[in-house]
Design a protein around this ligand. Structure first.
Ligand code: SF4
Ligand code: MG
Length: 319
C-alpha cells in the first residue's frame, strides 16, 4: 500500500491548496531474490517515482516497504544507510550518471573504498573484477566517460550498482537511451548477472519487447496504481486488463497492420492531477461499463502473483 503524494506546482486558487498528485497510490507487490519484475506503463504513470520511493529518495505518504522483513518506509539515519548498502540504481542516461572528471577505475574504486574501507591494493583488484563482471577490459580502467561509448558507460553504471553486492537493484529505463544493438548487449548482460548474482531486479521500461526478454513477472501501472500483475508469460499471452491488452497489441512487430497505440487508446493521455473518478482508466477504456464510472475496481494486494484490477473481472483483487 505504498503511497507517494505531492502538491502540484503553480498557483493555488485563493482559499484552496494546490491539488495533490497521487503519484504512487496504494501500490503493493512482493519481489523475491533472483527475480526480475518489469514495471511498465506510459510516462507519468508513476514508475520512476515508485522506484525512487522504494530507495527512500521520495517522501513516503503512506504504506510500507520491507526489505528482508525490515521496515524501510519510516527508516531514519543508520537504517537508511543499511538500505543504501543493500540497494542500488541503474539510471537511464549513462553519460550523465557518471562524473565526467573521474576515470572508470576512480568511479568504481570510490564506491568500494567508501563502503568497504578496503586497502588500495584490494580496491584495485575489486575494481578490475567488477569491470570483468560487466564485460569491460582492464585497458579501460583509466578512461573518462567522454572517451567511452554509450554502452560502455552503461556497463560502468551497472558495475557501480553491483559494487556492493546489492540485494535489490532498480533499473529505470536503463537501455532507453542506447542504440538498439547496444540495448541487446546490455539486456544480455543483465540476464547473465541476474542468474549469477541472484539479484532482485526491478526493471522499469516502456519498451515491452525488452521486458519480455528479461523479466520473470510484469506489473502494469496506470496513474499511480498497479492495474495488472502476473508472470511475463501470462501478461504477454493472456493479458486481461484492457489497458494491458492495448499495450501488448501495440508492440512493434513485423506486422505492417499492427494498430498504433493511439488508435487503440484514443483520448487524453492520463494526467495524475485530475484523476478520473471510478476506474481511472475509464475515459479511455474500450470496454467501459457504468460500474466503472461509479466506483474504482479493487486494489491489488501483495499476496497475488497474478491479478487484475478491473470490474470486468469481479473477484480479482481479493487476497
Ligand atoms: Fe475498463 Fe471498467 Fe475495467 Fe476500468 S474497470 S479497465 S473502465 S472495464
Ligand atoms: Mg520515468
Amino acid at each position: 500500500n505504498l503511497a507517494v503524494r505531492y502538491r502540484t506546482g503553480g498557483f493555488a486558487r485563493p482559499g484552496h491548496d494546490r491539488p495533490m498528485v497521487r503519484a504512487v497510490d496504494d501500490v503493493s507487490f512482493a519481489l523475491h531474490a533472483g527475480e526480475t519484475l518489469g514495471v511498465v506503463g506510459e510516462s507519468g504513470c508513476g514508475k520512476s517515482t515508485l522506484a525512487r520511493a522504494i530507495l527512500r529518495l521520495e517522501p513516503i505518504a503512506g504504506g510500507s516497504i520491507r526489505l528482508d522483513g525490515r521496515e524501510m518506509a519510516s527508516a531514519q539515519g543508520a537504517e537508511i544507510a543499511w538500505l543504501r548498502a543493500r540497494t542500488a540504481m541503474i539510471f537511464q542516461d549513462p553519460y550523465n550518471a557518471l562524473n565526467p572528471r573521474m576515470s572508470v577505475g576512480e568511479t568504481l574504486g570510490e564506491v568500494v573504498r567508501v563502503h568497504r574501507k578496503a586497502a588500495s591494493l584490494e580496491n584495485r583488484t575489486r575494481v578490475l573484477d567488477l569491470m570483468a563482471l560487466v564485460g569491460l577490459g582492464p585497458e579501460l580502467v583509466d578512461r573518462k566517460p567522454r572517451s567511452l561509448s554509450g554502452g560502455q558507460c552503461q556497463r560502468v553504471g551497472i558495475a557501480r550498482a553491483l559494487a556492493l553486492e546489492p540485494e535489490l537493484v532498480i533499473a529505470d529505463e536503463c537501455v532507453a537511451a542506447l542504440d538498439v544493438s547496444i540495448q541487446g548487449q546490455i539486456i544480455n548482460l543483465l540476464i547473465d548477472l541476474k542468474a549469477k548474482m541472484r539479484l532482485a531486479l526491478i526493471f522499469i521500461a516502456h519498451d515491452l519487447t525488452v521486458v519480455r526478454r528479461l523479466c520473470d513477472r510484469v506489473a502494469v501501472m496506470y496513474l499511480g496504481r498497479i492495474v495488472e500483475i502476473g508472470s511475463t508469460e501470462e501478461i504477454f499471452t493472456r493479458p486481461k486488463h484492457p489497458y494491458t491488452r492495448a499495450l501488448i497489441r501495440a508492440i512493434p512487430e513485423m506486422d505492417p497492420n499492427r494498430p498504433l497505440f493511439q488508435e487503440l487508446l484514443p483520448g487524453e493521455p492520463p494526467s495524475p492531477i485530475r484523476t478520473p473518478a471510478g476506474c481511472a482508466f475509464h475515459p479511455r477504456c474500450p470496454e467501459v461499463m457504468q460500474i466503472c464510472r461509479d466506483g474504482p475496481p479493487p486494489i491489488l494486494s501483495t499476496a497475488e502473483d497474478r491479478n487484475v484490477a478491473c470490474h470486468r473481472f469481479p473477484g480479482a483483487g481479493v487476497p
